[in-house]
Design a protein around this ligand. Structure first.
Ligand SMILES: [Zn+2]
Length: 320
């Protein structure tokens, strides 16, 4: 049977491959079956389409030179990177992660949202990244966008928690920005909460429910999910007429791309410093290690892209 299967031409195999979309686990398993199938899967575009149909993109790798905001009011933080992982390795990470992650919901982080993408692929639109104004009419943000960036209940919001976000940040719109919105701005509860964002960048431990995905970059299943449906290559945030932040990824903005861009807007102030330091101290105490040992340990865990830097980590070392 196996020999009959392998005698099929590559074109037939690829047609069968199409029916496996978007089952990433199946692709990973089949590609490891034999040399022939490994060769078929050598084309990274196959992995790219498989990831896409499962609702996953490839976050931009953070590079020091790109973390400098450009002059002016717009903050263009990320660009393309030569260091980005292959789509094949992204697929492998997505499949392997649930067996190591302690957060149960992480495994299912993208299940409901991924259904959107299966529809697109079935319709023959494999990689649409609309940049036209029509997209603004039906763009949908991933539920994780709200879960990670907003206070869970409005009663938890404090004056300091909202300090630091530059201006008012309405729901992003694809670029080029459509004409100024005719609808009134959403209520303040829709403003991303800096404290929630900060917690997604700090290390976490199993008991901490408030920092479930912290740091987010250690969870490819959450990080790689497209931030919107359909995926867009640019998201713009700002007040009417002004842009305070843009998130750009030519392969489609992911949850991690948006998360990191929003984090750039968190003020480096005493309030957030205090939250971060208290978090580090609590983690060190719970782990039974010194601050120096903790700093050494967590600074070696830089996320699946190998580029994460922990907020205020230098201050932690100074106190250790
Ligand atoms: Zn996870």
């Amino acid at each position: 049977m196996a020999s009959q299967f392998l005698s099929l031409r590559d074109e037939i195999l690829l047609r069968l491959w199409y029916y496996l979309l978007p089952d990433l686990s199946a692709h990973v398993a089949i590609a490891q079956t034999c040399r022939r199938l490994r060769r078929v899967y050598a084309d990274d575009n196959l992995w790219r389409t498989a990831c896409f149909s499962a609702g996953y993109g490839r976050p931009l790798v953070r590079r020091a030179a790109l973390r400098q905001s450009s002059a002016g009011t717009a903050h263009s933080i990320y660009g393309t990177s030569r260091d980005k992982p292959s789509w094949k390795s992204i697929a492998h990470m997505l499949v392997a992660h649930p067996s190591t992650c302690e957060i149960r919901s992480c495994t299912q982080a993208n299940v409901c949202f991924a259904e959107h993408y299966q529809f697109l692929v079935a319709a023959g639109r494999s990689m649409p990244f609309p940049s036209d104004t029509d997209a603004a009419d039906f763009i949908v943000l991933h539920p994780l966008y709200f879960y990670l960036h907003f206070t869970q209940t409005s009663s938890q919001a404090t004056p300091t928690a909202t300090r630091g976000i530059v201006g008012y940040l309405p729901t992003p719109s694809p670029s080029p920005s459509p004409s100024p919105p005719q609808t009134p701005p959403p209520p303040p509860a829709h403003v991303p909460d800096p404290l929630s964002i900060l917690l997604t960048h700090l290390p976490t431990y199993p008991e901490s429910r408030s920092a479930q995905y912290g740091p987010l970059c250690t969870h490819p299943n959450a990080s790689c999910a497209f931030a919107t449906f359909p995926p867009v290559e640019r998201l713009a945030y700002g007040n009417v007429g002004t842009t305070v932040l843009t998130v750009e990824n030519p392969e489609g903005c992911t949850i991690l791309d948006v998360n990191r861009a929003l984090a750039e807007l968190i003020g480096q102030d005493d309030a957030h410093f205090g939250v971060a330091l208290a978090h580090y101290q609590e983690l060190a105490m719970a782990s039974g290690v010194s601050l120096a040992e903790l700093a050494d340990e967590i600074s070696r865990e830089r996320g699946f892209l190998g580029d994460h830097e922990y907020p205020y980590i230098h201050a932690l070392l100074a106190q250790a």
